[in-house]
Design a protein around this ligand. Structure first.
Ligand SMILES: Nc1ncnc2c1ncn2[C@@H]1O[C@H](COP(=O)(O)OP(=O)(O)OP(=O)(O)O)[C@@H](O)[C@H]1O
Length: 278
């Protein structure tokens, strides 16, 4: 069966999704009428205050939870069907590498087990070459080290390599760089951009960092809490490929400013926030 959605259809389509945890007075409206559309090959970040439902949204897209109302489609399929067809990749906050395998083994072992039979042998360039992929992510010198011998930043980049090597149609990342120091984080972002520029995987990336969201993304979706909803969307029309030189430019700061303004509105419960506009 084809893994392609109808021509022009988004690879990720969340329509009017609602999710409430618990009942009665203690219930939490984690998501209220959230829409999110991610076209093929786009890099979309989701940012918002703690508790606004970013991870819940990612879990719905990953098929790890179901919405109470509304629909989620990945490449035109239910998340469950998309998961079964191995169309979805996930990079969590804490990298889950196999401790008894070296870095290269961690990329290769899951590639053997997890790649859907129909897509074996059909890989494109960088994704078909784990050594090249790991080298582009700055891990060329540590291919044979085990995870316990790596820094946190190296472990997270190995997890990224593994996720890209599986060539998912949609790659979900839940704050993958949040535990890294500023300098390590910046270089990991640039390496991620370098690999993404080649592979153009459709990405949904959750972050707390405005600068990170702007640097990486084509679109930044800003969420508000209480209930979790989309407060606004900012398109990032900075040139690609993105590079280090853009970090301190007026255009970059202008986009950051627009995201920050929306976030300030999202944090202020007295400000009205329109219905979801993703
Ligand atoms: N399994 C659960 N049971 C009950 N409440 C939950 C559950 N998961 C999330 N929540 C609540 O739903 C709301 C949204 O949580 P979620 O983790 O999606 O937010 P978030 O934006 O990712 O937060 P953070 O930035 O702090 O990670 C929060 O109020 C949270 O406490």
């Amino acid at each position: 069966m084809s893994t392609e959605p109808a021509p022009g259809a988004p690879f990720v389509a969340v329509d009017d999704a609602c999710k409430t945890y618990g009942d009665g007075e203690k219930s939490v409206r984690a998501l209220a009428h959230v829409d999110l559309q991610v076209p093929r090959g786009r890099f979309v970040s989701v940012i918002g205050p703690s508790g606004c439902g970013k991870s819940t949204l990612l879990r719905l897209v990953a098929g790890l939870e179901e919405p109470d109302a509304g629909t989620v489609r990945i490449c035109g399929r239910t998340p469950e069907a998309a998961r079964a067809a191995k169309l979805i990749g996930f990079v969590p906050q804490v990298p889950a590498l196999l401790p008894w395998l070296d870095v290269l083994g961690n990329v290769r072992v899951l590639e053997k087990v997890n790649r859907p039979a129909g897509r074996r042998g059909s890989r494109r360039g960088l994704a078909s070459d784990p050594v090249a992929l790991l080298t582009r992510l700055g891990l060329g010198d540590v291919l044979h080290r085990r995870p316990g011998q790596l820094s946190g930043g190296m472990q997270q980049r190995a997890a990224l390599a593994r996720a890209f090597a599986l060539e998912p149609q949609v790659l979900l990342m839940d704050e993958p760089f949040s535990a890294l120091d500023e300098f390590t984080r910046e270089s990991a972002q640039l390496q991620l951009l370098d690999v993404w520029q080649d592979l153009r995987t459709t990405v949904v990336f959750v972050t707390h960092s405005i600068a990170e969201a702007v640097l990486l993304s084509d679109t930044v979706v800003v969420m508000a809490a209480g209930p979790g909803r989309v407060a606004g969307v900012v398109d990032i029309d900075l040139d690609r490929p993105r590079h280090h030189g853009q970090l301190d430019t007026a255009a970059m700061h202008e986009h950051e400013h627009r995201v920050r303004q929306l976030l300030e509105t999202a944090w202020n419960p007295l400000e009205p926030s329109g219905r979801d506009v993703a």
